[in-house]
Structures are given as C-alpha cells and as structure tokens.
Ligand binder design. Structure first.
Ligand SMILES: C[S@@+](CC[C@H](N)C(=O)[O-])C[C@H]1O[C@@H](n2cnc3c(N)ncnc32)[C@H](O)[C@@H]1O
Length: 190
C-alpha cells in the first residue's frame, strides 16, 4: 500500500504558494489533511472546530470533506495568516474568528462540536479540559505533531510528554496514538 498518492483538495496549491510567499512554516502535512477530510465526512450535519487556521491548508481538506449541512468555525489570532484562508473559503457554513483561542474557548457557551482539530497552543497545551468539554459524546478530537518535529521549540518534548500523559489518564475518552504523519492522537469522547 502506498499512502503518498493523495489527491489534493481544491485551492490547496494556491494557498501553499500564498503561504510560502509570507514564509508560513507550520502547515499540517498531507496525511493529516487527508485523514481530516475523511473524518469530517463521517458527520453529515456536523459542527466542526479548528483551533489554528494558519493560512487555511488544513482547512482546505476539512472544507472538501464537509457536507453542505455541516458548519465549521476556524480560529487564529494572526490576521496575516487567516486572511489568506478567508480569501479562499467564503462558503456560508465556514466562519472565521480572529482572536486568542484560549479566551474564545473559555467564553464559548453555544452548541458543542462533533470534531475538533486542535492545531494551536490553546486546546492542546492550555485549556485542554475546557476544549474536550466542547465535544459532543461520540465527537472526535485530533491533534498532530506528537512526534519530534524540526520546528519544535527547545524542550517542547516535555510539553508533549505531559499532554500525552494527561490524555492517557482521562476516563471520558477513547484514545489511539498513531505513529504516522507527524504523530497523531485520535480521540473520541465517550
Ligand atoms: C500549526 S499552525 C496551524 C496550521 C494550520 N492548521 C495548517 O495546517 O495550515 C498554528 C496556528 O495557531 C495560531 N495560534 C497560536 N497561538 C494562538 C492563540 N493563542 N490563539 C489563536 N491562534 C493561535 C498561529 O497563528 C498559527 O497560525
């Protein structure tokens, strides 16, 4: 089996070019993107949350997998990055929030989500509990970059170790560690 012959989503190449132009260096990889596309397609009227829009590369996969009756909110605190994503995704069921995701998570009181892709510091290394509380029962939580990456800051391995330990201790989730792509943890809420 070859898992690198992945069909790219619409607009991916254009977003990549725009990202390279501003030296955006934190995209999720193609395998993670492909998995996201598959996972969002499991929920026909799903509510999805992306923490860390970046320039919209992971979002491109999610939007392609989404049904028209699903909704997605994508959050980033860097307008320079998120503005690129906004240019490509103007669908009415995709909304953008440009603010600190930690504050947003703590203030959010509306409907819970069926899938959360946590790709920023908040939702992973801070406000983890609060983020998992935003998941519906049966909902999916996905994180990447759990295996050592060249762009990790110094001593980041300790943060990852603590995060994995915290997740493994929880009794309200089912968890699978996947040593594939950049190292994924796939969780479903009981
Ligand atoms: C790993 S990148 C996201 C990459 C994106 N998912 C993709 O695949 O292209 C992390 C993003 O989180 C954003 N970020 C960092 N801290 C944040 C915060 N406190 N609140 C919201 N966004 C934050 C950064 O601006 C950056 O765009």
């Amino acid at each position: 089996m070859i898992d690198t012959n992945i069909e790219l989503p619409k607009s991916y190449s254009e977003i990549k070019t725009d990202s390279e132009r501003i030296s955006f260096s934190m995209p999720s990889d193609l395998q993670t993107g492909s998995l996201l596309r598959t996972l969002v397609a499991t929920k026909k009227e799903g509510r999805f949350l992306e923490l860390g829009t970046g320039t919209g590369l992971s979002l491109a996969w999610m939007v392609e997998g989404m049904s028209e009756n699903s909704n997605l909110i994508s959050i980033d605190n860097a307008a320079e990055y998120q503005n690129i994503a906004k240019k490509y995704f103007q669908e009415s069921n995709v909304s953008f929030v440009c603010e600190d995701a930690e504050k947003w998570i703590l203030n959010y009181k509306e409907e819970k989500f069926d899938l959360i892709f946590a790709d920023a510091w908040p939702g992973k290394y801070v406000v983890l509990n609060e983020t998992l509380n935003l998941l519906n029962s049966g909902g999916i939580y996905l994180i990447d970059d759990m295996l050592p990456q060249p762009n990790w800051p110094q001593n980041h391995d300790k943060n990852v170790e603590i995060l994995i330990q915290n997740l493994e201790e929880r009794k309200d989730i089912q968890l699978t560690k996947i040593c594939w792509s950049t190292g994924l943890i796939l969780i479903t809420k009981k």
